[in-house]
Design a protein around this ligand. Structure first.
Ligand code: ZN
Length: 322
């Protein structure tokens, strides 16, 4: 980013149009995996039900690949580049990986504390069952512990998604800003790439949301959807507003973007590997509490990894532009 000088022609109308197109792309991406949930509420034929459940499955694995590639190919690369010694004069040169390490450890600690709380609740619940000898009193306590456990499990699953969305949202602002200040030649290619970029990232968040129940948390779900759909258009609008004053090579801009990129990269790297892949593959208590892919048929495992590679591949290709 530090050596990018933009001297080409700038079509403001096209930039304003891009705000709306990117909004539609982002909204479509995040809403698509949530469709089955809304449609399945109505009575539909079993054929359609199978189709929709397959859609959820493929979206989820495709989305996992997208998150992995976003954390490594997009954020980590951009963070390293922006804070590279070629761009900025740093006393401590490996600053970017240091911040990635820091943010990864902080997210690990938060996630671990929640998991430990859940583990202790479970131990307590099991102990109560052993002690109770099916006395009514024990049964009541058991139900209470079970409810507590479910509540913490839900908090953890919802925290996981917020962590992933916050990493992606940060990258989305920068992507929007880049498009807002972009000039010809290159604007059209960047524009098309960003529409797909936002649709894929939206699909990744939407498919994680589809796994969870948002009963009693509808407002939170709506805020997450709306803020994701709006974040890149806002970035573009800011870019259009500051295009004459925006100098990506300025040291303070470099430092701010590089540091925030590094934080988002660490957050998303943890989210991609621990919250998404480890839980989904090895079944260490994913959002649904299901055993992950370990019990799935060979065909399902092959389909899951196929979709994962496709998501990671498409997002890696888009990394060429944004
Ligand atoms: Zn990107």
């Amino acid at each position: 980013m530090c050596d990018s000088t933009q001297n080409g022609s700038y079509d403001e109308n096209l930039h304003i149009a891009s705000i709306f197109v990117v909004f539609v792309g982002s909204a479509a991406g995040i809403l698509l995996p949530l469709l089955p949930e809304f449609i399945l509420k109505n009575n539909i034929s079993s054929y359609k039900e199978v189709l929709l459940k397959n859609l959820t499955f493929y979206c989820k694995w495709f989305g996992s690949g997208v998150i992995l590639a976003t954390s490594l190919v997009h954020l980590l690369f951009e963070a390293f580049n922006t804070l590279s010694p070629n761009c900025i004069n740093l006393t401590y040169e490996p600053l970017s990986p240091l911040i990635v390490l820091g943010s990864l450890v902080i997210v690990l600690v938060i996630d671990f504390c929640l998991a430990r709380l859940m583990y202790r609740k479970r131990l307590k619940a099991e102990q109560t069952i052993r002690d109770s000898n099916v006395i009514d009193d024990g049964r009541e306590q058991e139900e209470k512990n079970e409810a507590d456990l479910k509540r913490i499990q839900k908090i953890q699953a919802h925290t996981d998604i917020i962590i992933i969305e916050s990493g992606i949202v940060f990258h989305s602002v920068i992507v929007g800003l880049t498009l807002g200040v972009a000039t010809e030649p290159g604007f059209i290619a960047l524009f098309i790439a960003i529409v797909f970029h936002q649709a894929c990232d939206g699909l990744a968040i939407g498919s994680r949301m589809a796994e969870l129940s948002y009963k009693g948390k509808r407002l939170q779900q709506v805020i997450m959807i709306v803020s994701y759909a709006l974040i890149t258009p806002i970035g573009i609008a800011i870019g259009i507003g500051v295009k004459h004053n925006f100098d990506p090579a300025k040291v303070s801009t470099q430092l701010a973007i590089g540091i925030l990129d590094s934080i988002a990269s660490g957050v998303l790297l943890y989210g991609a590997i621990v919250d998404v892949l480890a839980k989904e593959c090895f079944g260490t208590g994913g959002p649904t509490g299901k055993p992950g892919l370990l019990e799935a048929s060979n065909m399902d495992v092959a389909s899951a990894f196929g979709a994962l590679l496709l998501g990671a591949g498409i997002m890696s290709l888009l990394g060429h532009w944004a």
